[in-house]
Ligand binder design. Structure first.
Ligand SMILES: Nc1ncc2ncn(CCCCCNC(=O)c3cc(-c4ccc(F)cc4)cc(O)c3O)c2n1
Ligand SMILES: [Mg+2]
Length: 214
């Protein structure tokens, strides 16, 4: 029977990456996506910008919205300090199952908690379910029309503190116009656009980094 693209991506990781070596997992997925099949990982070019923001923030708590196959999950977690925690939300059970195996292969199971379900349901439960006070870093990479409502929801739920950083993928392609409009005009955020390209292509895309001012 026909395999899915996430299954083929996992097979590429298990074939080419070293168990317990997160950067080799990242490299194996980038190689698969450049040489075999395009997939919607943040990718190597935007991934370098992601790395620099993670390193600068050095977060103790991270929320990722939209796991897909855990490429950015593993990329972020590989840069976190020892006791840091990353919670990643994935809506699609098949993708979540693949993501869990990629995370296990990278040896990052103790840093990453993958939660299945829509962001809108889980964001209000973060404090009670996971004992989270606030997030130091949020990586938005899920449904593009959920970036704005979920940002407002995180504000309302008190999950952001003065200095919390939001990093949003795909603000140009596929695009998140309502989110950009809000975040760039809100007095409660200081935003910066990092121009780049859609993963594995020459199409323009970029990341928007926004610091919550409280
Ligand atoms: N609410 C909620 N809560 C939790 C969730 N978990 C998953 N989802 C659903 C998210 C489904 C995947 C989201 N990502 C993208 O759609 C995406 C697309 C492209 C792209 C595609 C085709 C092109 F021609 C050009 C660019 C590139 C990217 O980098 C992308 O990230 C959730 N939703
Ligand atoms: Mg993306």
């Amino acid at each position: 029977t026909q395999t899915t693209r996430p299954q083929r991506m996992l097979a590429a990781v298990q074939k080419s990456a070293t168990r317990g070596d997160p950067r080799s997992v990242v490299k194996a997925i980038d190689q698969f996506c450049r040489q075999k099949e395009w997939a919607m990982n943040v990718g190597d070019e935007k991934g370098c910008i992601l790395d620099s923001v993670v390193t600068e923030v050095n977060p103790a708590t991270v929320l990722e919205l939209g796991t897909y196959c855990a490429y950015s999950t593993v990329r972020i977690a590989s840069l976190l300090p020892p006791d840091a925690k990353l919670i990643t939300l994935e809506f699609n059970p098949h993708n979540a199952a693949i993501a869990r195996q990629v995370i296990a292969w990278a040896g990052l199971g103790d840093k990453i908690q993958l939660v299945e379900g829509p962001s809108g349901d889980w964001i209000p439960k973060m404090k009670e379910k996971f004992g989270i006070e606030t997030f130091d870093l949020v990586f938005l990479d899920h449904w593009k029309d959920r970036y704005l409502p979920d940002t407002k929801l995180m504000e309302e739920c008190g999950l952001l503190r003065k200095g919390s950083v939001l990093l949003a993928d795909n603000v140009i392609c596929p695009g998140t116009p309502d989110y950009l409009e809000y975040i760039r005009n809100s007095p409660r955020y200081k935003s910066q656009y990092f121009r780049s390209h859609l993963e594995y292509t020459k199409v323009e895309d970029g990341l928007e980094k926004s610091v919550f001012l409280g």
